[in-house]
Design a protein. Structure first.
Ligand SMILES: *Cc1c(COP(=O)(O)O)cnc(C)c1O
Length: 394
């Protein structure tokens, strides 16, 4: 009996999924660093362009190494299809521009990665697309925001930077009633801990730059969903606008997937320990971590996530205290990246979320004292010592 990859455990999917060996039988996957492809005959070229003969045409449309990455990630996500993009933002931009037209309306959660919010607030209006931003955990707010021309719901959960969580299944149910599509940015949960497609979402987007690489090397992104949805809305858009992932980056990300499950689980285990240590410290006003019972949406988290993730946020009360904390760190880096093997801390107000107005930040509860910590793979005791020392200094 031939192995069916759909029957494999996650660990096997991540090691064996998508593998397309060349005739040389190499053990490590090949990098096909090629832009274009040659044909045996003009008849063959004709048939490839007509779509009647399988095979690659041009790397803007597809490349064998990129396809290996797409196939492995689709198998992990349990999605029919995956299309890679050059960055997480290229994937988000693709998802939004493929699903709306001038005159359409979008409803989105307020708490979003800064660039996602920029696309909705500053870019989409140029093309006649309006967005209503809602407090995502409030289901009634999604319903109230719907207009006759609402075509898309966009959400991020847990959201950056304060780990606010919303109910994917309940939001998808509202979207289904009105015939709108749902796109979920699943970066913080990772494909290991949350499967939005199974909860009713039409598309899931990733910044592969984060946990999928996980070692600070390359940018990448991905868009996953049903084959029919992807073909209908994105096939031509990708071909003609070129948000394509480089084969080299695809190879790095493909190898990153091999260890994704191990890394994310280990980082999450450490994050849980550190979230409690941070929460117990006298200098900390509030800690936000999806694994803690005091998370405002703990009940939704128990239903829709199988793990709490690698990011912790906490409030030190003022910008000065947050900066004293960051300056006292010796092991943890000051960096705005996340999901990396190296632990990193950032002050969102002055970095990732500085393009928001003060008022917009206050709407999502982001005051001056918040710090976001991405927990890496270092020894938990070393991290605990570094954080305790820096918290004392705050
Ligand atoms: C980083 C990030 C993105 C953007 O990804 P890039 O690869 O940096 O373009 C989008 N959404 C979320 C939630 C992110 O954390």
């Amino acid at each position: 009996m031939a192995e069916d990859p759909n029957d494999w455990e996650t660990a096997t999917r991540l090691i064996r999924g998508g593998l397309d060996r060349s005739p040389h039988g190499e053990t490590a996957e090949p990098i096909y660093l090629t832009q274009s492809f040659v044909y045996d005959s003009p008849e063959s070229a004709d048939a490839r362009f007509a779509g009647t003969e399988p095979g690659f045409i041009y790397a803007r449309y597809g490349n064998p190494t990129v396809k290996m990455f797409e196939d492995r990630l689709a198998l992990l996500e349990g999605a029919e299809a995956c299309r890679a993009a050059a960055s997480g933002m290229a994937a988000v931009q693709l998802a939004i521009s493929g699903l709306v037209r001038a005159g359409d309306h979008i409803v989105s959660g307020k708490a979003l990665f800064g660039s996602c919010r920029w696309i909705l607030n500053n870019w989409a209006p140029r093309f006649g697309v309006e967005t209503t931003l809602v407090h995502a955990p409030d289901i009634a707010a999604w319903k109230a925001a719907v207009r006759p021309n609402t075509k898309l719901f966009f959400l991020e959960t847990p959201a950056n930077p304060l780990l606010e969580v919303c109910d994917i299944a309940a939001i998808c149910a509202i979207a289904r009633e009105i015939g709108a599509k749902v796109v979920v940015d699943n970066v913080f949960a990772t494909p290991i801990f949350q499967s939005p497609l199974k909860l009713g979402a039409d598309l899931v987007v990733y910044s592969a730059t984060k946990h999928i690489d996980g070692q600070g090397r390359v940018l990448g992104g991905a868009l996953l969903g049903d084959l029919a949805v992807i073909e209908e809305n994105f096939k031509d858009l990708i071909r003609h606008t070129g948000p394509s992932l480089s084969p080299f980056n695809a190879w790095v990300l493909f190898k990153g997937l091999e260890t994704l499950d191990l890394r994310v689980r280990r980082q999450t285990e450490t994050a849980g320990v550190l979230a409690d240590l941070i929460g117990d410290h006298a200098k900390v006003g509030a800690v936000r971590y999806p694994g803690r019972a005091d998370h405002p949406q703990a009940e939704i988290i128990a239903r829709q996530m199988s793990g709490a993730g690698t990011v912790v946020a906490f409030d030190l009360g003022s910008r000065d205290a947050a900066f004293r904390f960051l300056n006292a760190l010796e092991l943890v880096d000051i960096s705005n990246n996340l999901g990396d093997a190296k632990s990193m801390a950032t002050h969102p107000n002055t970095t990732t979320h500085r393009s928001m107005t003060e008022e917009q930040r206050l709407e999502i509860g982001l005051t001056e004292g918040w710090v976001r910590l991405s927990v890496g793979l270092e020894g938990p005791k070393d991290l605990a010592r570094d954080l305790s020392r820096a918290l004392d200094a705050a």
